[in-house]
Design a protein around this ligand. Structure first.
Ligand SMILES: Cc1ncc(COP(=O)(O)O)c(C=O)c1O
Length: 392
């Protein structure tokens, strides 16, 4: 039986083996392992690619968000609004700084934060005056964190407008969306560049993946950038003098070397992901399943969605997964349990039924293999097997 993996990092490594091993050897020769020129070069390249002025490399995407919340002074007594349908870190970092995550349900089409529901939440559940926005129980609502889930930008225009109206900080969780585009009038803007700051994850399976953990914050605010640089290194400035408490959120030079080498391929990998997605879209469109929304932006054409994942929805999700697994085809579920139903968040005061779209999606979603090195023959077989399943 032909096995088709959900994801295969070996193929990418084989294609770049010589260059990457040379780059890693250079770092070893330099014996400079923490921050340094490779990290600085990556920061500059990712910031400029994303349309932001500054990049601050970090030890992971989670640490990028934690650092950002710390630098923005978000803490006890504060609340941050986000989506319940995302990776755990989006909300856990809010809890770790002592603030409370408040959830707003997702849009059933895009699976991203619903701007309409966010507006409804702000108007019905919050009050605003000169000193800021507060919840009924007196928490200061400080920020909104949309997640550009699976590589599709949230409605950044709507979010920026709402955040401006309510004077809330917009932070983009672009962990899965490096390079995703959103139309802004005649221009196209990149994920991460619209909010006060955005952050990326370079977890190995991301579209740009390190050989371990790494992340990066982008911002165009020079004061925030300076604060982030200092706080990622224990708030130390100058050496061994600490005006603020930061942490060790630094990026390793070895990770930066790998990321810089791979970065040169990102655009062509994104194109390949998109063409795989197009084949799924046309091969599966006759089936009674939910397919990813295909944004067509006049300004940016196909490149809006960078297809970190290709997630379909069906009420027969578990049976489909079993059938594909029996035929050697790997799949994954992002995410099986929305955040408000996670055991560790029970003290937030939510109950099952509070976010019906997120709850339903968690029961129906399944991700099919999508990575640049997936071959056409492999993908054709995945499509055939899915078609056969629904014909049965
Ligand atoms: C939406 C989202 N936010 C945050 C993170 C955290 O990134 P990292 O795994 O690099 O810590 C991830 C990683 O999977 C993610 O998908």
């Amino acid at each position: 039986m032909t096995k088709i993996p959900f994801f295969d990092l070996h193929r990418q490594f084989e294609a770049l083996r010589t260059e990457i091993l040379n780059d890693l050897a250079q770092v070893c020769e330099s014996q400079t392992f923490i921050l340094g020129p490779k990290v600085a070069e990556l920061e500059e390249q990712v910031a400029s690619f994303s349309g932001a002025k500054f990049g601050i490399g970090t030890s992971s995407g989670t640490d990028a968000q934690l650092l950002l919340l710390m630098a923005l002074g978000i803490g006890p007594g504060d609340a941050v609004i986000t989506t319940p349908f995302t990776f755990f870190a989006t909300a856990s970092t809010v809890v770790r700084v002592g603030a409370k995550p408040l959830f707003v349900d997702i849009d059933p089409e895009t699976l991203n934060f619903s701007v309409a529901k966010l507006e409804e939440f702000l108007t019905t559940e919050c009050v605003a005056d000169e000193s800021g926005v507060r919840t009924r129980d007196g928490l200061n609502v400080r920020a909104v964190i949309p997640v550009h889930l699976f590589g599709l930008c949230s409605d950044l225009a709507g979010l920026r407008w709402l955040c401006d109206q309510w004077k809330l900080i917009l932070i983009e969780d672009a962990a899965q969306a490096l390079g995703a585009l959103f139309p802004d009038g005649d221009r196209q803007v990149k994920a991460g560049s619209v909010g006060a700051a955005g952050f990326f994850s370079f977890y190995p399976t991301k579209n740009l993946g390190a050989f371990g953990d790494a992340g990066l914050v982008v911002t165009s605010d020079p004061d925030l950038a300076k604060k982030l640089q200092v706080m990622r290194n224990h708030g130390m400035d100058p050496k061994y003098y600490h005006e603020v408490v930061g942490g060790n959120f630094r990026m390793d030079a070895l990770q930066a070397a790998v990321l810089l080498r791979k970065f040169g391929h990102l655009e062509s990998w994104s194109k390949r992901r998109w063409s795989i997605a197009q084949r799924y879209q046309s091969g599966l469109k006759e089936l009674a399943i939910g397919l990813p929304v295909e944004p067509y932006h006049k300004t940016c054409g196909w490149r809006g969605h960078i297809y970190h994942q290709f997630v379909i929805r069906t009420s027969r999700r578990d049976q489909l997964r079993t059938a594909l697994n029996e035929q050697g085809i790997g799949t994954e579920i992002y995410y099986p349990l929305p955040l408000h139903e996670q055991p560790c968040f029970q003290n937030l005061g939510y109950a099952t039924g509070d976010f019906p779209v997120a709850e339903q999606t968690a029961k129906e979603c399944v991700a099919l293999p999508i990575f640049p090195e997936l071959t056409d023959d492999e993908q054709a077989l995945v499509i055939l097997r899915v078609q056969e399943f629904f014909a049965s």
